[in-house]
Design a protein around this ligand. Structure first.
Ligand code: NIG
Ligand code: FE
Length: 430
């Protein structure tokens, strides 16, 4: 008998993505592959997957310190949300109301609302209160099955407040059972002090903010948009960031077709995000590249824009596609990746299998975490989600409720959302 910490047993359906490659993304026809194992088990020790396989076989082979019955659940790898903005002080429901009455997102921003109103609020709030709010938001993500996030700063826009934002993410990542990849987004807007002289802000970014914050962030992001940073400024910031060793992730072609996607491919960005206004050339360039197409259908839904990104076309052309929430107070106030799966099924005609690969292994690849997370291959982190669905084919079909009954991070149950599983479970495993 082999020993293990926990044996998760009698899983109704397990979709571990182990029929695909261990590392790296899937694209083209492989995006739709995700084999289902019936009545399966997962053995875990020291936070990693020891083995997955038929329940009876593993039960006969393992001496488990604890067992948990997951009959009735569909188990999939933990979700990876590779585009979030959780470090803000206040929600912006006033703007939501204005937008619902016909005001435009960009017009609100030009009048000092939008990102700049979040900047004012973040600079004023005390650090402990802000940290508590960020923590609460990230706990909600865990409850919705997200076990890894990419999280951006970007509501500080000066050295101290951007540093404060990244340090909060570092502390929350240490305190909560979630993996956080931090992104420096001081190029989210032109800082209020530089409204009359935007080039001076670009200079400050390149000479001071990027180098000083490098130790606190894996990636650097830029909002490439007509009313924010144009292509030339963005290229300059990208090249500087790349020299400093940041991975690049770019907000591109969201509200206007500026050609940011082509720039993302040119500079070798890890991801090109949004893409609602991507050009034909952009689609071709992305499909032929290693840059992940980060699709954010929640934003188009929440801003009620007429056209979604061409997710189906990108997938069919062979781009590496991923799905993320874009959780933020202005353009997409949801932390639920299952909700995003529903939007991807409707607007991109993605299958449950395509959604799953785009919510796990592909975003993990874009973060450089695919060798340790994103699928349930033996030796990788035991991050998974038990969905309260009768069959995997219903993934993304049911919406408006949280389908996640249990989130397991590094082998251990960390969020519970069902009465079926013993309520003392989390305490027993903490
Ligand atoms: O991804 N595009 C830039 N940033 C966010 C919106 C931020 C905000 O409105 O606060 C986005 O849509
Ligand atoms: Fe965003």
């Amino acid at each position: 008998m082999r020993e293990c910490d926990v044996l998760y047993r009698q899983i109704h359906q397990l979709v571990p993505l182990t029929d695909g490659p261990r590392d790296g993304p899937v694209r083209g026809d492989d995006l739709g592959r995700a084999a289902v194992l019936e009545n399966a088990a997962i053995a875990t020790a020291n936070g990693v997957v020891l083995e997955i396989g038929p329940d009876e076989e593993l039960a006969g082979r393992y001496d488990a310190a604890a067992e948990l019955d997951l009959s009735g659940y569909v188990v999939v790898p933990g979700f990876v949300d590779a585009h979030t903005h959780p470090v803000f002080a206040k929600t912006r429901e006033n703007e939501f109301l204005l937008r619902c009455r016909g005001a435009d997102y960009v017009e609100i921003a030009k009048q000092g609302g939008g990102i700049l109103s979040s900047v004012r609020a973040l600079r004023e709030i005390d650090e402990d209160t802000l940290e508590e709010r960020v923590r609460t938001r990230i706990e909600r993500m865990l409850a919705c099955g997200t076990t890894t996030i990419e999280a951006k700063s970007g509501y500080g826009l000066d050295l101290d407040s951007e540093r404060k934002s990244l340090e909060i993410l570092q502390r929350v990542g240490d305190a909560l059972p979630i993996t956080i990849s931090r992104t420096m987004l001081a190029a989210h807007e032109v800082a209020p002090e530089y409204r009359e002289d935007p080039p001076a802000y670009v200079e400050l970014l390149c000479s001071r903010i990027l180098p000083e914050l490098r130790p606190l962030a894996d990636s650097c992001d830029i909002f490439v948009e007509e009313h924010v940073f144009g292509i030339e400024d963005a290229r300059r910031i990208c090249l500087r960031a790349r020299d400093l060793g940041y991975r690049l992730r770019l907000h591109v072609d969201e509200l206007s077709p500026l050609g940011g996607t082509e720039l993302a491919v040119e500079v070798g960005a890890a991801s090109a995000d949004h893409l609602a206004r991507i050009s034909e050339r952009g689609i071709e360039a992305l499909a032929a590249s290693e840059t992940t197409a980060m699709l954010l259908p929640g934003t188009i839904f929440f801003l009620d824009k007429p056209a979604h990104a061409p997710g189906r076309k990108l997938a069919d052309h062979g781009a590496i596609v991923a799905l993320a929430t874009d959780f933020n107070p202005g353009s997409c106030y949801t932390w639920s990746l299952p909700m995003i799966a529903t939007l991807a099924r409707i607007h991109y005609a993605f299958t449950p299998q395509e959604c799953l690969n785009a919510m796990t292994r592909n975003p993990a690849f874009s973060l450089g975490l695919d060798h340790e997370r994103g699928t349930l291959h033996e030796g990788k982190a035991c991050d998974f989600v038990a969905l309260d669905l009768p069959d995997f084919e219903l993934f993304g079909y049911e919406f408006g409720d949280n389908p996640v009954a249990l989130t397991v991070k590094d082998g251990r149950p960390v969020a519970l959302n069902t009465r079926d599983v013993d309520a003392g479970l989390l305490e027993r495993f903490s």
